[in-house]
Write a protein that binds this ligand. Structure first.
Ligand SMILES: *Cc1c(COP(=O)(O)O)cnc(C)c1O
Length: 425
């Protein structure tokens, strides 16, 4: 598509957008002038679906009227509530229902899965991750390694971009996997790097990891609900994600986990157990001896956090109503492409501002990361002051993420105007 830098053009794209009406399904927070802000922060916290509050209130009502009986009665017995989310979740990440479960929070799930999928031996103990991963992932890895009485500096290998580059090349990731060979126990990377917005080639990484005998997992915090995923077909061993970013399921909301079908009937696979992961048919017999449920549900610990599960159901329903990831992705490529077009046409020298997110749409999702070399923090504060909500990541990156469910081409055009004004000063 040939983009044009005019408000008319942006409005024309909105008029042609089959997903345009979904914006009305979300609460758009007001900016400083009391009008709707330009919200470009769905990569950090997705907006509230208008249906979310009623979904939670329904469960407050069930609690009020049914109390303990709510576990077994009503339209949505709490005992089975998590199962309501299995199929839509499987569609989001490209999995079979047996492979996914919604539970806990992201970092908790990462730890639970690493217990099973990072089992080092004296010779195979290295874990490969991207350098500068989200800090929670770094801390999780560091402490998992220590749990096995290993030295993080020795066991954790970090991938870093080539000198002068901001993102990783797949060929370099694969070369590192081959170099580590039989010493490599586990690969755990983001599906999309939170800082640069780069999408990693999960299929190629998984294949290369398996070829040297390693387990391969992904943290999909920035990928779930943002790009199409095919975890089952890519043969990924394990994955986890949060739901409050692109899945619009509320701050600190419940998270997801994926365990490939080949482990569905592996009760011998080491894990940390709780009663909710026990074979559901025998769970209430309260007997000694843990027998896991089949599939990802066998990693559950506790009974479901119904209030956040209910909100997550409302968030997932938005994706379902929009027709799933394919139409969302189509719009997303255009929206982000338009933002890129408007920034590129400012023709700023790289010494002032660079887009560090890959230019190839296949290697990115919604987000563009702007590396601002001079007075980045001033630009960020200016954006916030005029009602553009992005986020700032130290030392000097502004992330902007137009989200296809609720952002418009006009939003993108207006952000472009603000940046153009700043650039001309
Ligand atoms: C957002 C994010 C987290 C946050 O972890 P929580 O356990 O949900 O607080 C962790 N890792 C990555 C890669 C993220 O993007």
């Amino acid at each position: 598509m040939t983009f044009e830098p005019t408000l008319d053009f942006a409005r024309q794209l909105d008029a042609q957008d089959p997903l345009h009406a979904f914006r009305q399904q979300f609460h758009i927070p007001p900016g400083p002038d009391g009008q709707e802000s330009l919200y470009f922060c769905g990569n950090s916290l997705g907006l509230q679906p208008r249906t979310a509050r009623a979904a939670a209130e329904q469960q407050f009502l069930n609690w009020q009227e049914r109390a303990v009986e709510g576990h077994f009665t009503g339209n949505t017995p709490w005992m089975h509530f998590h199962e309501r989310l299995t199929e839509p979740t499987a569609r989001i990440v490209g999995a079979k229902p047996i492979e996914v479960v919604v539970m806990n929070n992201l970092t908790t799930n990462l730890h639970l899965l690493l217990i099973s999928f990072y089992q080092p031996t004296p010779t195979r103990y290295k874990v490969l991750m991207e350098g500068g991963a989200f800090p929670s992932d770094q801390y999780a890895l560091e402490t998992q390694v220590k749990l096995h009485c290993l030295d993080p500096d020795d066991a954790i290998v970090e991938l870093v971009p080539r000198a002068g580059e901001h993102t990783l090349r797949t060929e370099d990731i694969i070369a590192k996997i081959n170099e580590l060979g039989e010493s490599l126990c586990t690969i755990i990377m983001g599906g999309i790097n939170y800082y640069t917005g780069q999408v990693y080639d999960m299929a190629a990484i998984t294949q290369a990891g398996h070829a040297v005998g390693a387990m391969v997992g992904f943290d999909l915090a920035h990928a779930a609900g943002n790009i199409p995923l095919h975890l089952h077909d890519w043969d990924v061993d394990f994955a986890c994600w949060c739901t409050y970013k692109y899945l619009n399921s509320g701050p600190g909301g419940v998270a997801g986990a994926f365990v490939h079908e080949r482990y569905a009937d592996r009760p011998d696979l080491l894990r940390l157990a709780g009663w909710w992961g026990h074979d559901a048919a025998a769970r209430f017999q309260m007997r000694k001896g843990f027998q896991p449920s089949r599939g990802a549900e066998g990693w559950q610990l506790s009974n479901g956090a119904v209030l956040t599960l209910a909100v997550h159901e409302a968030g997932l329903a938005m994706h379902e109503a929009a027709g799933g990831m394919e139409p969302l992705r189509r719009k997303s490529e255009l929206l982000t492409g338009y933002l890129e077009f408007l920034i590129t046409r400012l023709d700023l020298p790289a010494s002032r501002l660079e887009i560090i997110t890959p230019r190839d749409p296949a290697q990115r999702g919604c987000q563009l990361s702007l590396l601002v070399h001079q007075n980045g923090r001033d630009l960020f504060e200016h954006l916030m002051a005029v009602g553009v909500i992005g986020d700032w990541r130290e030392p000097n990156v502004i992330r902007l993420a137009p989200v296809p469910l609720y952002n418009t081409f006009e939003d993108v055009y207006r952000v472009g105007e603000v940046l153009a004004q700043w650039a001309s000063q």
